[in-house]
Design a binder for this molecule. Structure first.
Ligand SMILES: Nc1nc2c(ncn2[C@@H]2O[C@H](COP(=O)(O)OP(=O)(O)OP(=O)(O)O)[C@@H](O)[C@H]2O)c(=O)[nH]1
Ligand SMILES: [Mg+2]
Length: 258
């Protein structure tokens, strides 16, 4: 018997949410991968329904990481800045294509003096959200460093990356389109999906997290399917050359859509 309450009605995902910008999307398909849809219909998603996927949110101080998470998880916005000390996390439960799926959203500190505490929590992320302020070019320039730090603790071939510009409500259309060009360019260079949001107005916040949940779910199901398929192949291969598990896992995620 399940002890968990049912998933909230507004956390049910029945369709793949759309990307934000075609020039910087993790993929541009309209629907979930056919293998994922079939596996969900046939209830062959293995352990995915019991898993909690870790998402880490990193970026400069005061760019709006905490506000972004709080807008989505609690539907609140605080205009006063209170620095995050170390880390904090929120759990969000979804239902994707009828399968329960949970995200653990880790809100980390951007302030230099708390960075070493925060970085100890980077390990094991399935998605990394790198946040910058759309009104502060320096915060966009610093995202490469945040990426490098996050990747020291994670496998770059299996992590989904998102580059998120915040405080969209504060930028004029002209200012916005200037920084967007740089952000889209950077996102496509680092293989991240780009989003622009406002936690004050709520613009794109829900859409963004639904996309994170959906793409993470899709990658998990594909990896699970690959694992159940490769177990048989692995058994045959291992009679001759043992295949390290890490190699199999890298392949699983890499071949998502190819
Ligand atoms: N206008 C506007 N202000 C925002 C938005 N998001 C955040 N802010 C403000 O920006 C400041 C910093 O926001 P936080 O979410 O605390 O920033 P943070 O990235 O978590 O900062 P650290 O915890 O120090 O790393 C606060 O004063 C927020 O009210 C937004 O979308 N629009
Ligand atoms: Mg914070």
């Amino acid at each position: 018997m399940s002890v968990l309450p049912p998933v909230r009605k507004d956390r049910i995902i029945a369709q793949l949410p759309k990307f934000f910008n075609k020039g910087a999307a993790l993929h541009t398909k309209d629907e979930f991968h056919p293998k994922v849809k079939t596996a969900c219909q046939e209830q062959r998603t293995g352990t995915v329904g019991f898993k909690i996927s870790k998402v880490i949110v990193v970026g400069d101080l005061a760019v709006g990481k905490t506000c972004l998470i709080n807008r989505f998880c609690k539907d609140v916005f605080d205009k006063n800045y209170k620095a995050t000390i170390g880390v904090d996390f929120e759990m969000e439960r979804f239902e994707v294509l009828g399968v329960p799926f949970s995200l653990q959203l880790w809100d980390t500190a951007g302030q230099e003096r708390f960075k070493c505490i925060a970085s100890t929590y980077y390990r094991g992320a399935q998605a990394v959200v790198i946040v910058f302020d759309l009104n502060d070019v320096a915060s966009l320039q610093h995202t490469r460093q945040w990426l490098e730090d996050a990747m020291k603790e994670n496998d770059p071939t299996s992590v989904l990356l998102f580059l998120v510009g915040t405080k969209k409500d504060l930028s004029s259309p002209a200012q916005y389109s200037l920084i967007e060009q740089d952000a889209v360019k950077l996102a496509s260079e680092i293989n991240a999906e780009y989003w622009a949001v406002s936690s004050l107005s709520g613009e794109n916040v829900r859409e963004f997290f639904f996309r994170v949940a959906s793409l993470t779910f899709e990658a998990n199901v594909l990896a699970e399917l690959e694992k159940s398929g490769s177990r048989r192949i692995g058994e045959v291969v291992s009679n001759h050359h043992p295949v390290p598990q890490s190699f199999i896992q890298v392949k699983q995620v890499r071949c998502c859509w190819n």
